[in-house]
Each structure stands twice: as structure tokens, then as C-alpha cells.
Design a protein around this ligand. Structure first.
Ligand SMILES: Nc1ncnc2c1ncn2[C@@H]1O[C@H](COP(=O)(O)OP(=O)(O)OP(=O)(O)O)[C@@H](O)[C@H]1O
Ligand SMILES: [Mg+2]
Length: 441
């Protein structure tokens, strides 16, 4: 929280009931955002945490006035945002800086659209460049800068317009770990000292540590469709230390919220409902059998011995949330693990898999694949029934498209192909784009 600002102020930004759908090529609707509500008040850094594809960038574009929502209202200072607003600026994951312009000229670009007089433009750009730590590089060209410095130019370009609201879409994720850390710390220091010409920040990220380090409040975003499902206040004083037990406790809490199933879905602990329900139309995240195998082995071994805290695994295995969560979900789907309260616990079958040799593992995986993943059973049944024992991929693709978007269908098939091959439940020929029973027994 920026020290200069009290909290009981009217919101700068008020997002009410925002929906966003896209029309798919086949005419169907893809609902990306559904009833999104959020507010941003002066002095706040609010984090929006969600997985890849949950609609975070789509929401930011709607807020920035770049792509209007299908329903609901985005209000800035009490007025609906229908086009890019002067008081809202955006920092992207990486900046397309103009290679033929100097740092100074690249930053001035932010002001040109506003019709600022030349002298003032130059003075403000120089000030923004100094502020963000690029003093002395005004006449450098982008190619002469490191990735971190280029991103600083991106920040300076957004700050030069003195926006009330800064929207940041994963601004640190394209940088290496140390550079990202330095830029984050610098940003927080300037923010804490009240030196930034902005009033509030909405930060999109899928880095949980970054979110807990930077934000006053976190909003957890669900996927398919994207919606704010919970809110976590972060009231630790700055600077925050990642090893502080209170920091770790907040990280744990975020994991719990992010792995909790939305209300209305099967809840863990209820007999017969311990695992996510599925049908042929379930989107399968792409997780290779190597990652699944590795994760089962890790959880089975000391120090975990069958039960592990997800944040601990993420740290130890250097896994990003976008790799770990889909893998944890796949293991649940296959009944090799259960996830509850931010912990992953191997099932009896999971432990058996960990102990087995290659052959035993394949057999167990095949049995679970056919039993618990309806799409795998369906493909196998079709292949068994056909005299040729082959079927083109398009046959299943068309079927899946009744349930999901084209890219999700593509990904689901890619996943089932890799699992089916590993388990030798069916084969797939990449050249002919066809499933068959050539190798399986
Ligand atoms: N212009 C568009 N037309 C059709 N579909 C779109 C369009 N823009 C986004 N989508 C779809 O909306 C969904 C959400 O995309 P979005 O980029 O907002 O996700 P995200 O949460 O920012 O993901 P990431 O973490 O990977 O950046 C995706 O399924 C994407 O394919
Ligand atoms: Mg995005």
C-alpha cells in the first residue's frame, strides 16, 4: 500500500458483471470471461492470479478500452470505458520497441498520441527514464540494451503519460530470475516512496511468489470461463521476505485457493466424489507421461513418502504453476493422486505405480487410462470395432469440437495420444494422422 493514500476512497476502476465471448469459426460462442467483478482503489496494487488461458489478458484489454466486453461495464472514475482512456496505461510482457528509435524517442511515443508540446514531451520522457533507472541511456538504441533494460523502457513509456492506473500483464515473466527480481524490487521501492506518477496498479501474473511479494490484495481467477473466485488480502509490511513464515503461509493459502474446485463441482472427501468428474468432453491439459512419472516418483520418495505440499514440490522441482497444476490435475483424473488443501497425496495405485518396473507401470497406467478417461476408452472402443483397427484423428477432433474450442480439442488429442502411446493402449501415426492398434497388445 502506498503510504500516502487512505483506503476509503471511491474506486478508480469498477468492473461490474463483465462478460466476454469470442465467436468460433464454426459459429459457436467461446465464453472467456463470465461475470467478472473487481474494483481498484487509489493506493492499491491488486494482483490477478490465474492459469494460462484463463482470460487475464482479455480482461486487461477490456479494462484498457482496447477490446470492449460483450456484457457488463468497466467504469473508470465513474464513466464507462468505451475506448482507450488517457488515465490508464499498460505494461506488457515484452515490448515491441521501435528499433530505429532511441530510448528517449521510444519513451516519447507514449506522449505523442496526447499531443503534448515537444519541449514538455522531452522533459517528461527524460524524467521517466531517470526514474526507472536508465539515466545515461537516452540516446541508446534498443539493440544495445539487455532484456531487463528494454523492459525498463517499456515501464518508462507507460509511466510517462502519468496514468492513474497502471495495468501490468506479466511484466516480469519474460526476464531471467535475477533481472525480474531487481526490476520488481526497484518498482516496489519507487511505489513505496510515492515516486511513481500512478495511483493504483492491477498486476496480472501466474507467479505466486511475485503476487504475494507485490500486492495488497490478490484475486484468484478461474479457468473456462474466467471469473474471480476468491480474494486474499496480503497485509505484510514491505519489504517482504520470501522466507518469512507469514509469507510462506500466504503462499500456501494461494495454492489451496488455486487448487480448490469451484463450488458445485465434486468435492473431495465425499464418498464416490473424491475426484474430478469427467466425460468425453473434458479438456485435457497437455502433460507428458514423463512429467507424470517424475511427479509420482518425487512424491513417493523421501522426504515426502506419499504426501507432499504443492509449494514445496514447485520449489524443489523448479516447476511453474502452469506445469505443476495441470500435472496434479492429470494425476487426480487418473486416480494416482488426490489433491486437497494444497497437498498432494498418492493413492494406493499411485504408490503401486511408483514401486513398479516399466512393464507394471505401463499396465497400471493403461488400466487407469481406460477406466477413468472416457476419451481414451472411446478411442480404443472405436479402434477395436473397426475392421481396419484404424481411425483418422479428424473423426475424434470433430466430436470434441462439439464440446470445446478448436485449440482445446487439439490439445486434448495431443494429450490422449501421448498417454495412449505410453500405456500402449493405441498407437498414433503422425504422418497419416491416424490412430491404430498397430503396436498395442
Ligand atoms: N481475439 C480472440 N479471438 C478468439 N479467441 C480469443 C481471442 N483472444 C483470446 N482468445 C481466447 O481466450 C482465452 C483466454 O485468452 P487470454 O490470452 O486472455 O488468457 P490469459 O489468461 O492471458 O493466458 P496467458 O496466461 O497464457 O497469458 C483463450 O482460450 C484464447 O484462445
Ligand atoms: Mg495473457
Amino acid at each position: 500500500m502506498n503510504a500516502a493514500t487512505p483506503l476509503n476512497l471511491a474506486p478508480l476502476l469498477d468492473v461490474q458483471g463483465v462478460n466476454k465471448s469470442f465467436r468460433k469459426p464454426d459459429g459457436d460462442e467461446l465464453v472467456v470471461l463470465e461475470n467478472v467483478n473487481l474494483t481498484l482503489r487509489p493506493g492499491e496494487i491488486v494482483g490477478l492470479l490465474g492459469r494460462s488461458g484463463s482470460g487475464k489478458s482479455t480482461l486487461l484489454r477490456s479494462i484498457a478500452g482496447l477490446d470492449p466486453p460483450t456484457g457488463g461495464v468497466v467504469s473508470y472514475l465513474g464513466h464507462p470505458v468505451l475506448a482507450p482512456a488517457a488515465g490508464i496505461a499498460m505494461v506488457f510482457q515484452s515490448f515491441a520497441l521501435f528499433p530505429w528509435l532511441t530510448v528517449l524517442e521510444n519513451v516519447q511515443v507514449g506522449l505523442e498520441a496526447l499531443g503534448t508540446p515537444e519541449a514538455e514531451m522531452r522533459a517528461r520522457a527524460i524524467k521517466a527514464i531517470d526514474l526507472i533507472g536508465l539515466d545515461g541511456f537516452e540516446s541508446a538504441y534498443p539493440r544495445e540494451l539487455s532484456g531487463g533494460m528494454r523492459q525498463r523502457v517499456g515501464f518508462a513509456r507507460a509511466l510517462v503519460v502519468h496514468p492513474n492506473i497502471l495495468l501490468m500483464d506479466e511484466p516480469f515473466s519474460a526476464l531471467d530470475i535475477l533481472t525480474a527480481e531487481t526490476l520488481r524490487t526497484d518498482f516496489l521501492e519507487l511505489w513505496g516512496e510515492g515516486q511513481l506518477p500512478i495511483k493504483a496498479v492491477l498486476l496480472v501474473t501466474h507467479n505466486i511468489e511475485e503476487a504475494v511479494q507485490m500486492c495488497d490484495r490478490l484475486l484468484i481467477f478461474s479457468t473456462h470461463p474466467g471469473r474471480v473466485v476468491s480474494e486474499i488480502p496480503i497485509d505484510l509490511p514491505h519489504p517482504r521476505h520470501t522466507q518469512d513464515p507469514r509469507f510462506r503461509a500466504l503462499i500456501d493459502r494461494v495454492y489451496v485457493e488455486m487448487t480448490a474446485r469451484p463450488r458445485g463441482e465434486a468435492r473431495p472427501g465425499v464418498k464416490g466424489e473424491r475426484f474430478p468428474g469427467t466425460g468425453i468432453g473434458t479438456v485435457l491439459n497437455h502433460v507428458s507421461s514423463t512429467i507424470l512419472t517424475g511427479l509420482i516418483e518425487t512424491v513417493n520418495e523421501p522426504p515426502y513418502l506419499g504426501k507432499a505440499d504443492l509449494p514445496a514440490i514447485a520449489e524443489e522441482q523448479h516447476l511453474e504453476v502452469d506445469d505443476l497444476f495441470p500435472a496434479a490435475e492429470a494425476l487426480q483424473l487418473l486416480r494416482f493422486a488426490e489433491v486437497e488443501g494444497g497437498d498432494m497425496r498418492l493413492t494406493e495405485a499411485g504408490s503401486q505405480f511408483a514401486r513398479g518396473d516399466i512393464d507394471e507401470r505401463k499396465k497400471l497406467f493403461a488400466r487407469h487410462l481406460i477406466t477413468y478417461v472416457p476419451l481414451a476408452a472411446h478411442i480404443r472402443r472405436v479402434l477395436d470395432e473397426r475392421a481396419s483397427h484404424t481411425a483418422p484423428k479428424s473423426r475424434f477432433f470433430d466430436e470434441l469440437e462439439d464440446y470445446m474450442a478448436e485449440d482445446a480439442a487439439e490439445q486434448t488429442l495431443r494429450t490422449i495420444i501421448s498417454w495412449g502411446r505410453y500405456a500402449e493402449v493405441f498407437a498414433y501415426d503422425d504422418n497419416r494422422q491416424a490412430f491404430s492398434l498397430e503396436n498395442p497388445v
